[in-house]
Design a protein around this ligand. Structure first.
Ligand SMILES: Cc1cc2nc3c(=O)[nH]c(=O)nc-3n(C[C@H](O)[C@H](O)[C@H](O)COP(=O)(O)OP(=O)(O)OC[C@H]3O[C@@H](n4cnc5c(N)ncnc54)[C@H](O)[C@@H]3O)c2cc1C
Ligand code: FES
Length: 516
């Protein structure tokens, strides 16, 4: 069985959500057009925002660089929850009790927004209310949960220590658990597929394979796309995950990017009905997926690391998840495996609002720290209110231009930026020892080519793909990612396919192709 699983994870990665659901396709923008509001990015934040604005009667155009929902949203684990690790004890300390309570309320509203939309529009998306648990295997982890439970109590959060409930569902010993009641899970691709159909009915223009590369004028915005067509508009919503125009507001210096992995597998053991996440390392996230044929799969997530900072062959991360599945749940077969990345901000609160002081026509939603389902909906509501000139009680908390940089944020800021500076230099110093000839089929590596560094991948047919592996964002050297067959940048998380196309921003330009 181990051999069979190994063969499966050698296949192309792809999430359960993307593999089992269809989203209609749309043309790319080929000429110059104008619109009232341009929403850039067709993930959860962009699609719900486009829907809410169109419902307000606004003329909306949605631009997507690739396929709708094909970004992080199509590769998430899709728990909709206000339980974000031990965020409340942290926020009580860094942002204060009032803001911590506001954060909880905002996330409950985000969750409720998704449930309401699914119900009102009759979208069948496996939406199901579940309790969410954090569990601890170590004494230190148990202490963290007890502290978090105190924060729950002070903030009036519906939850408590619940080791007995959690132990009844988990097949391994735990020391402590903390529950947040009545959260939810769903299928994000089915949900957003339903919303996209509504966008069509409301005459929202949708363009796929249309990458925004530049904002030509910031006060009367004109968006330039990769193929040089232009979209003129009155307001721009940047929902591109990592803002593509990240130099406005220096987002690259204010966010850290983290990648993690997931599998969906058939198991012989009992699948927990609650949604679980460990507080200890190695991090594990568990939830069920109820398939249409009535059979359930277990989803196991975890193995996070800084994007482009993998310390081993990335296949190993999937294998570690499978090992957890085999040892604890009787994993029989891995049907799907995938990975994705998300950004965290300096103070762990997303940036939602005006991109930077003085640019009121350009709004952004980013930095969801792997909790972007409820936050995607919050962003949509908040940005819609901002466009409509309405107040929103969460505006100050999420404001990207909030200026109070606390000591703990400043330390994280300095550490992240020092690490970028190090990567910029480190990557250039060493000439790779490998050569093109040493690559077998299916292998990629940095190689020495014509006395220069180059990124090389020999595909399964033996064809060689050579690129300049220098990231087009700010010039750091990318690293080969074996499992995803991509070039990943350690500085701000841009990723490129082996032929050089952009997979993840902030980069907007492909890697330069090189001749053999
Ligand atoms: C492994 C993993 C598991 C997660 N699990 C959970 C979970 O259980 N619960 C939870 O709440 N959150 C979870 N998250 C976080 C959540 O999935 C994300 O925060 C959320 O999906 C981000 O949505 P988005 O709309 O901002 O980005 P995306 O879904 O990435 O959408 C952005 C879109 O913009 C497009 N785009 C990018 N650049 C451009 C450009 N220049 N022009 C035009 N289009 C562009 C992209 O192609 C993409 O489709 C997880 C994240 C990861 C990485
Ligand atoms: S992502 Fe910024 S230099 Fe590569």
């Amino acid at each position: 069985m181990a051999q069979e699983n190994d063969n499966r994870t050698r296949r192309e990665p792809g999430s359960y959500w993307m593999a089992t659901n269809e989203i209609p396709t749309y043309p790319s923008l080929q000429s110059n057009e104008s619109t009232d509001i341009a929403v850039i990015g067709g993930g959860i934040a962009g699609i719900i925002t486009a829907y809410l604005l169109a419902k307000e009667g606004k003329e909306v155009t949605l631009l997507e660089a690739g396929r709708l929902v094909g970004g992080v949203t199509g590769n998430t684990t899709a728990k909709i929850s206000a339980q974000h690790g031990t965020i409340y004890s942290t926020l009580m300390k860094t942002a204060g009790e009032k803001e911590a309570r506001l954060y909880y309320e905002a996330n409950l509203e985000g969750l409720q927004c998704i449930e309401n939309l699914a119900q009102e529009l009759g979208i069948d998306c496996m939406f199901s209310r579940r309790d969410a648990f954090i569990y601890a295997n170590t004494e230190a982890g148990a202490k963290l949960l007890e502290k978090e439970a105190d924060a729950y109590w002070k903030l009036g959060i519906d939850g408590e220590l619940a080791v007995v409930d959690a132990q009844a569902e988990l097949p391994f010993d735990i020391r402590q658990a903390l529950v947040m009641r009545n959260q939810a899970q769903f299928n994000p691709v089915q949900f957003l597929g339903g919303l996209v159909k509504e966008l069509e009915k409301m005459n929202v223009k949708i363009y796929e394979n249309t990458r925004a590369v530049k904002l030509l004028s910031k006060h009367d915005p004109v968006i330039q796309t990769e193929n040089l067509s232009r979209l003129m508009c009155n307001k721009v919503i940047v929902a591109t995950h990592y803002p593509f125009n990240d130099s406005d507001g220096l987002y690259f210096a204010r966010m850290a990017v983290n990648r993690s992995y997931a599998i969906a597998a058939k198991v012989s053991g009992k699948i927990p009905q609650g949604m679980y996440i460990s507080v200890d390392q190695p991090k594990r996230s568990l939830r069920s997926i109820e398939q249409e044929d009535g059979e359930s799969l277990l989803m196991i997530g975890g193995e996070g690391h800084g994007s482009g900072k993998q310390t081993k062959d990335t296949m190993e991360y999937y294998k570690n998840l499978e090992q957890t599945g085999r040892e604890q749940f009787g994993l029989e077969e891995t049907l799907y495996h995938w990975s994705a990345q998300d950004m965290s901000t300096l103070d762990k609160i997303p940036y939602i609002g005006t991109i930077t002081a003085g640019y009121d026509h350009i709004l952004v939603a980013t930095g969801f720290d792997k909790w972007g389902m409820a936050h995607g909906a919050i962003a949509a509501k908040l940005l819609t209110d901002q466009v409509m000139g309405r107040d929103n009680k969460y505006r100050g908390m999420y404001k990207p231009t909030r200026s109070k940089m606390k000591t703990v944020d400043a330390v994280s800021f300095l550490k992240d930026n020092a690490s970028v500076a190090k990567e910029l230099v480190k990557g250039k110093l060493k000439m790779p020892s490998k050569t093109i000839d040493s690559l077998s089929n299916g292998q990629g590596a940095l190689v020495k080519h014509q006395n220069e560094r180059a990124g090389a991948y020999r595909d399964k047919y033996g064809q060689l793909h050579l690129v300049d592996a220098t990231c087009t964002h700010m010039g750091c050297e990318t690293k080969w990612n074996e499992a995803e067959r991509s070039w990943d940048c350690p500085c701000h998380g841009s990723r490129f396919s082996y032929t050089g196309e952009v997979l993840n921003g902030p980069a907007v330009k492909p890697l330069k192709k090189l001749e053999e």
